[in-house]
Design a protein around this ligand. Sequence first.
Ligand SMILES: OC[C@H]1O[C@H](O[C@H]2O[C@H](CO)[C@@H](O)[C@H](O)[C@H]2O)[C@H](O)[C@@H](O)[C@@H]1O
Ligand SMILES: [Ca+2]
Length: 777
Amino acid sequence: MSSPKASLPIHTTTTSKPSTRRVSLELDPYASPAEYYGKSHGPRKVAKSRTYSAGNAPRRFLINVEQTLRDLLAREDTDHNIQITIEDSGPKTIPLGTAASGGYRRFDVRGTYMLSNLLQELTLAKKYGRKQIVLDEARLNENPVNRMARLIKDQFWPNLTRRIDGSNIFQVAKDPKDWTKDPRPRIYVPRGAPEQYEYYKRVAAEQPDMRLDVQWLAEDPGNDEYVRDLNAAPGLLAIEMERIEDTPDGKPNFRGLPFVVPGGRFNELYGWDSYMETLGLLVNGREDLCEAMVRHFCFCIRHYGKILNANRSYYLCRSQPPFLTDMALRVYDHIKHKPDSLEFLRRAMLAAIKDYYSTWMSHPRYDPVSGLSRYVPGGLGVPPETEATHFVHILTPYAKKHNMTFNQFVDAYNYGHVFEPDLDQYFLHDRSVRESGHDTSYRLEKVSAHLATVDLNSLLYKIECDIGRTIRAFFGDSLTIPPEWHVKGHSTIETSSNWDRRATKRRKIMEKLMWDEDKGMFFDYNTVKKEQTGYESATTFWAMWAGAATPKQANMMVQKALPKLEVHGGLVSGSEESRGPVGINRPNRQWDYPFGWAPQQILAWTGLIRYGFEEEAQRLAYRWIYMCTKAFVDFNGVVVEKYDVTRQIDPHKVTAEYGNQGSDFKGVATEGFGWVNASYVYGLQIVNAHMKRALGAVTTWDTFKKMTEAADAEEAADVLKKANEHDKSAGKVHVAEHVRHTALTHSHEDQTAHKAMHGSEERKEHHGPGEAKAAHL
Ligand SMILES: OC[C@H]1O[C@H](O[C@H]2O[C@H](CO)[C@@H](O)[C@H](O)[C@H]2O)[C@H](O)[C@@H](O)[C@@H]1O
Ligand SMILES: [Ca+2]
């Protein structure tokens, strides 16, 4: 191991009284990598000044980046995956030279967490071109909750941010899902955006090497055959841009509005991922990105008729769970001081109204018999974006039957040269599963297009409430619909009463057709069989998120549904019983037991708080944050798309279907995963300070609970002792009983019991403030 001798002009320190105090003008040890490695090691920018007592200065290491990286990996990465995890069996310690001694004196960095942080920091330093660095020890032993939250804010969000314009179309138009022989950057522009067409044509002409293919989109881009035919030449769909200064030769110039993608491999704007990300971005003060994403959605509704699954040509017929009104209202709340904020809200509501009528309340999604809606996107044939092997087991028997190769059969089927009505049904439901965002799950498989799901109808209830409330509160109870947003057959002036009526009607239907009083759960309703499915799913809590449950129903869900779905790492997608047995012939589906997803956690926490169940929301948030933190600490800072919430040691290891996005990195995770990033910073707003401290020490929920109860009991015993002493002197007898009761109701079980006993009255009391807190969240 070399000991670098070079002394670097890193930390400029001025001292007024050298023997006792040292005022340090230095860089924040927790600065972003760009600042810490990009600027700090060149001419130093002075950040905060801090005061230390003599001999108490924080430790720093003087490090030769390349050499230390090599040594570290050789010693500690024993399974050679360029990550240092609890699965490596190295000595778990490496000596580093301290900066104060010019690298001469050594200090051991120990344990998986610090060593993996060292690997992450060195990987970043190398990326910024650093040969030698002075590294704060504080960056290695940082409280893991603070570290993960800091990385999300400073690194993951920026690394997940994209925009689409001439400056980057070559990179972002690339699609890892492109199945064609000649993948090339291609963009489709809707007829209503001629300025974008001109712009991209000019970009293509100016940079011919890029081979950018700019195409007009058809007038009616939702046509099934048309979208199928586009699969021969898949491409990006244009989204919102802003006009910037003209080019030097006077041509109109544009820049793409930014957006946040779900994970590192994506380059397109997704529907419900963007909503979930918004919740975290708002916590991190990035309302600029959220505002831009709302504007993208308005563009999509106006030009493509819906919020798209994502802005790729093969998603033109398909939407995703709709969250636009809630998203816009939350963003508005953060930007309302801006002069054009009301116009932003107006436009978002106009778009949401159009989407509501033309997507969710039209044939085939709307079921006029039940009055509920279903996920029923258009489309023909085999979804081309899925993994090549995904439908092999379904299609192979048909290929054999027709005496064709697999690819010949897919082609013949897609273009209607062979007719297989059973396959048509299969893919109708499969497309529906994908529109639901829950792709895939045995809850929905082979039946999805017939289901009025709890999730979708809760969302539509919330949209109806939001639109009514917004028209009343912001637009004088009369919102004029301009021609470009008008949907044929609907009024040109919207008032709140219609929306209130729609919401009331939907709530009543949901209660009648979806609610099971005995089970204490909402269930999906099969509109063909005219019965509930009985599949126990975490989506039951969406009814609480939306405010569609009565206080009594919410109370029953907490008593009956929650115990079925609460596990080690928070909420599981569905119960094991409902999923049924799995094995070689019936593989795990990623949206079923034992997997847990950030959106399910987030919506349940918010719903619980809305109905006054703060304690349950905190417990679930604690469990989820604990699980994410534990994986982050033990597995080299990993943050993934989904978790096996029943797995205590390595919950990020999920082999179902597409594997797990976010786990395959070298040295350092750079993006995390959008909605998990969001759930983490959003969840940290829900847990209290005491919990946050325990999470920083990676304390399981069970241990935390025991500690809290023990502390409560100790406190109670203390109060009891004092009370008894007081009683003796005052001659009273019944104080002790009162104190015992107080101590007991501090414990979780008794509070739950207390709630069960006094449920309905308490819910009424809590509904108001709970709702306010949920709105704030
Ligand atoms: O390519 C397979 C599927 O990939 C997407 O689904 C999954 O990722 C999305 C982005 O995070 C997420 O919105 C969805 O809920 C996930 O299941 C895509 O959305 C699907 O349409 C596609 O078939
Ligand atoms: Ca390793």
